[in-house]
Design a protein around this ligand. Structure first.
Ligand code: ATP
Ligand code: ZN
Length: 223
């Protein structure tokens, strides 16, 4: 890959994290000019550019060296690390950013009692997060069947394709609407700044350090 002298940050193109991520970077003093295809934003002051992508692609773009940093949910970062232990191990959560809070939780049909993880033995659990759910099942010594679904996980129990689900929850309204009840938290998540455990050793590393310092200032003021 061609060496780059500008830092490149991946962020969600359109979704829950887009606006707060843009706001955070603006408060760090970064300004961007959007390209016509809306994939790339050129940084006008500091040598920092943005790549606007689907959130699921962000950890892979960092692992492959296409981007240096990314703003992404801890849920997506951790799932990538479980699914790709080799490149995933090089990635780290550099800062937690205080927005996009949610939980990856297990939920059961409302009318079912829950008295602990062992109750999930032999059950089918639908999820888009097989790595994180698999780890939780292992730690809790549960032998359940993980059913992978890319989307609309919450309707699986009603369809009869699963007995329980493991999905992202914030207010819990979606669960209620689907007659489900949150029973166990697998991961507490929020947006994080993801990057390589070791910052690049060239100019990009210096720019990243500068950005991290500004970020710490902004986060401190907010707290
Ligand atoms: P993309 O098109 O980028 O793949 P998406 O549909 O996967 O978008 P969003 O629904 O915008 O993503 O969610 C992005 C992130 O927001 C999640 O990965 C999670 O970290 C966070 N989040 C916060 N609250 C919720 C919630 N209630 N449901 C889903 N995600 C949430
Ligand atoms: Zn996504």
């Amino acid at each position: 890959m061609k060496p780059r002298d500008r830092l490149r940050i991946a962020m969600q193109k359109s979704g829950r994290l887009t606006e707060p991520a843009q706001e955070l970077l603006a408060r760090c003093g970064l300004k961007f000019r959007q390209s016509r295809d809306k994939l790339f934003c050129f940084g006008e002051g500091e040598p920092v550019d943005l790549l606007l992508v689907r959130d699921d692609d962000i950890p892979g773009l960092i692992a492959d060296g296409v981007c240096d940093l990314g703003i992404v949910g801890r849920n997506v970062l951790n799932e990538f690390q479980f699914a790709n232990p080799e490149p995933g191990a090089g990635l780290a959560e550099l800062r937690s950013l205080g927005f996009g809070s949610c939980r990856l939780s297990i939920a059961l049909p409302q009318d079912e009692a829950y008295d602990g993880p062992e109750q999930l033995n032999g059950q089918r659990i639908a999820t888009s997060y097989p790595g994180l759910l698999g780890e939780w099942l292992r730690v809790n010594n549960v032998d359940a069947k993980v059913v992978f679904l890319a989307g609309s996980v919450e309707i699986a129990p009603r369809l009869g394709t699963a007995d329980a689900i493991c999905d992202l929850v914030s207010s819990g309204a979606t669960l209620v609407a689907n007659q489900l009840r949150e029973t166990a938290i697998v991961v507490e998540s929020e947006a994080v700044l993801a990057g390589h455990r070791d910052l690049p050793s060239d100019e990009r590393g210096e720019i990243a350090e500068l950005l991290l310092r500004r970020l710490d200032g902004v986060i401190q003021v907010r707290d």
